[in-house]
Design a protein around this ligand. Sequence first.
Ligand code: ADP
Ligand code: MG
Length: 528
Amino acid sequence: MRFDEMELQAPILRAVEEMGFEEMTPIQAGAIPIVMEGRDIIGQAQTGTGKTAAFGIPLLQLIDPKDHALQALVLCPTRELAIQVAEEIRKLAKFMHSVKVLPIYGGQDISKQIRSLKGGVQIVIGTPGRVMDHMRRHTLKTDTVRMITLDEADEMLNMGFREDIETILEELPEERQTLLFSATMPKPILDITKQYQKDAEFVKVIKKELTVPKIEQYYYEVRPKNKLEVLCRLLDMYDPKLSLVFCNTKRQVDELVSALQLRGYFAEGLHGDLKQVQRDRVMETFRNGKTDILVATDVAARGIDVDDIEAVFNYDVPQDEEYYVHRIGRTGRAGRTGRAFSLVIGKELYKLRDIMRYCKAKIQLQPIPSLNDVTAIKAEKILDRISNVIAEENLTDMIRLLEDRINNEEFTSLEVAAAFLKLEMGGGDEISEQDKGMEFGDTGAEAGMVRLFINLGKKQKVRPGDILGAIAGETGMPGKLIGSIDMYDKYTFVEVPREYAAEVINVMKNAKIKGKSINVEPANANRG
Ligand code: ADP
Ligand code: MG
């Protein structure tokens, strides 16, 4: 169904057009007409199905722009979502003059919010705690509210907002429309709908549409103690630009993030215990590519709108079948191909079978990649690039450069190609270092140097001089050969000449800095 098939005001249609929406999503087609009739609604559809516009469009349709009193209230679980929803509604209201939309959330200066509210705002998008706060201060007058929307209701309950939501609902005028949207419908949500909605229509996007066919889905049977290693191999092998790793608990998120960081991966965690500022910071580093692995719980990842996630990892098999669909739906968006990997321990295989049945997914068993596989895949990627170059670029000059040597039988062309491949795979001395049990790929260091990762930082009251002193003292290497030292709160990167790197790692393994045992490893390729 197209938007212009519905009796929407011209400015709204124009905005929808400008946003590039062609067709309504199923939840929009189901919800918009009902809300426009003035009825209450329960809308259930998974993340990324356009729920914001499903309530945002009829909300704008029903608002009176000439009336400057507060008319609509939207509750969202987090600051980030409140801002996202406010932005989407502002876009939809772009051509409606004098409609004011304001997000209010904890963590932002309340006096600023009070000033904005005094300016006359018709639509407030807020987190429950902060909305209640303003209601108590009488800086948010709710007696003129005609519509309330609970967005991501399941997540709000998961985050413990039930009482706040009920308090807010109690205070609102009886004569109002109550809309509720949620990805899942656990019983506490149905309780709220029974108590606070009138004759609500239930609109549910059928499960069949949950399947995400474009995505390749694999699973690996692993032992608990190998989980981390298997995850790392998959990360190395597929080298996804952005990946999302799901765990079932906050604790697992924290543990996995530390373990990945210790191995030099640029990973950050996201879960409900993080303060809003921390959440914002993590999301910012993920969006701008400083973090390429985001480890999250289901709840924390909900509603995050990042488009180019190449791989989703189920470090833990999800507890709920629907979660599996939500998780893997994060990749393969906007026509891109995506991959989903699940690590399965023992009896979890039954859970995975349920998932396959439920979402008619084909999740294929794969053998755990060996280190050789990792190397083979890396080579394959490089060879793919090479075949593009051969197909698309003019190589005459390059051939001329090589011709003489090959004609003189200095090398065979196969040897030249193999040597290039080796260089491209990370360091010409890879084999000898591998023999020593060490492998330095591209560690992100300057030419001739290897960037090392040390698990000590400012938080441990260590200074760059301590690191320099320890390395020089333990190895006998002149201090001036040591390159840049970048110190962070919990870890430090230090560059040492390639020929010293293996020795530094070996010697420092048993050394202490300021009385603390340390872990030294090559930093990971392309991750810093
Ligand atoms: P949800 O709240 O269900 O997780 P959102 O409302 O955040 O989903 O929408 C996800 C994305 O889809 C947003 O970028 C939004 O602009 C876009 N979108 C919404 N409706 C449509 C539509 N009808 N056609 C194309 N894109 C849409
Ligand atoms: Mg949403």
